[in-house]
Design a protein around this ligand. Structure first.
Ligand SMILES: Cc1cc2nc3c(=O)[nH]c(=O)nc-3n(C[C@H](O)[C@H](O)[C@H](O)COP(=O)(O)O)c2cc1C
Length: 321
């Protein structure tokens, strides 16, 4: 069976460096960190970094969040044309995704992210407005609903489709659940039955087996992987091998840490040493998962201030494996 394998958007994680690694491992499409449409409207300079796509990343979808149809449309237009202030993309996005799942209070209190699911009529309006502003495919990323008394992903998906959405991704947890189990696969299956556009299933997939179960139970057209890819971009190789009927050999600890070293270099090249090293700390904590001495390495690497210090600590850690 043919299906798509996507990297989920994750703020603070799915930047250029991480997308490069996942693309190389066989991920079909990656989604950027969420980008504020309002920040684009006000020409925020830092936001340009989030919107930058480099040539070696494969297919990248840019995700925007907001609640005002005109401002969302303006952002979609500027991002599509790579015309956003200082953005310097080397290649165009292959789609625009609209965030309808973020649970953070500072987002939902503005009616943005998962708060949009309380207002399906606004969902339709936003999607229509964004569609009219870009020739690119437009997708939405929903949750199951706000809480277990308001599971309305089907209604929201239909509203998005009515507005012209080309694809719907569903994270099978409510806003109230945040990222805790269980993942409700039946709501994803219900969305798949209700809409004509492709549906991508998301939530709790961490192996080829769980991806196969998700696809079998939902009938979805693809799977989207979030947290399980952190420190393990090989998960995409595992999933692609299972899909394509090929064999898969898990990486050795050494291979995993060599990739971690490359991750450090990519972050520093893209963001400079100061920011790159600070952001690499989180990733190193994931790359060393399950290895002997990981706790001590994690503690040490979290205090590293320079690339050479982080690389030295990583090489020492590898020698002990
Ligand atoms: C650290 C982190 C950041 C996230 N940031 C975003 C985001 O920017 N946009 C979005 O739509 N979802 C975001 N999500 C949700 C993920 O895209 C995904 O839906 C969720 O993690 C469930 O998938 P998983 O169980 O495979 O992790 C984030 C999740 C995490 C853990």
């Amino acid at each position: 069976m043919s299906y798509e394998i996507l990297l989920a958007p994750m703020a603070g994680v799915t930047d250029h460096a991480f997308r490069v690694l996942c693309h190389r491992m066989g991920c079909d499409r990656t989604v950027s960190e969420m980008i504020s449409a309002k920040a684009i409207h006000y020409k925020d300079e830092k936001t340009a970094t989030l919107a930058r796509i480099r040539a070696d990343e494969g297919s990248v979808v840019l995700q925007i969040f907001g609640a005002e149809p005109e401002i969302m449309a303006e952002a979609a237009d500027l991002l599509t044309r790579g015309a956003y202030h200082g953005c310097q993309s080397e290649t165009a996005p292959m789609g625009i995704d609209i965030n309808m799942g973020c649970p953070m209070k500072k987002i939902t209190s503005n009616g943005e992210g998962s708060a949009l699911m309380k207002n399906p009529a606004l969902i339709e309006k936003i999607v229509r407005s964004v569609k009219s502003a870009t020739p690119l495919p437009v997708s939405v990323k929903l949750r199951a609903g706000w809480d277990d008394t308001s599971v309305n992903a089907v209604e929201c998906a239909l509203a998005a489709e009515a507005g012209g959405a080309d694809l719907v991704a569903v994270h099978g947890r409510t806003r109230e659940q945040l990222y805790r189990p269980p993942v409700d696969r039946s709501v994803i299956a219900a969305v798949k039955r209700a809409v004509k556009v492709p549906v991508i299933a998301n939530g709790g997939i961490d192996s080829a087996t769980s991806a196969a179960e998700m696809l079998a139970e939902t009938g979805a057209d693809g799977v989207m992987i979030g947290q399980a890819a952190e420190g393990n971009p090989w998960l995409f190789a595992e999933l692609a091998a299972a899909r394509d009927g090929k064999s898969y050999t898990p990486p050795t600890w050494e291979e995993r840490m060599l990739l971690a070293i490359e991750h450090i270099h990519l972050l520093v090249e893209d963001k400079g040493e100061f920011i790159g090293i600070r952001e690499a700390r989180r990733h190193m904590g994931h790359h060393c998962k399950g290895m002997p001495g990981a706790t001590a390495y994690r503690d040490a690497v979290c205090k590293a201030e320079t690339a050479s210090e982080m690389l030295r600590l990583t090489e020492e850690f590898m020698q002990g494996l």
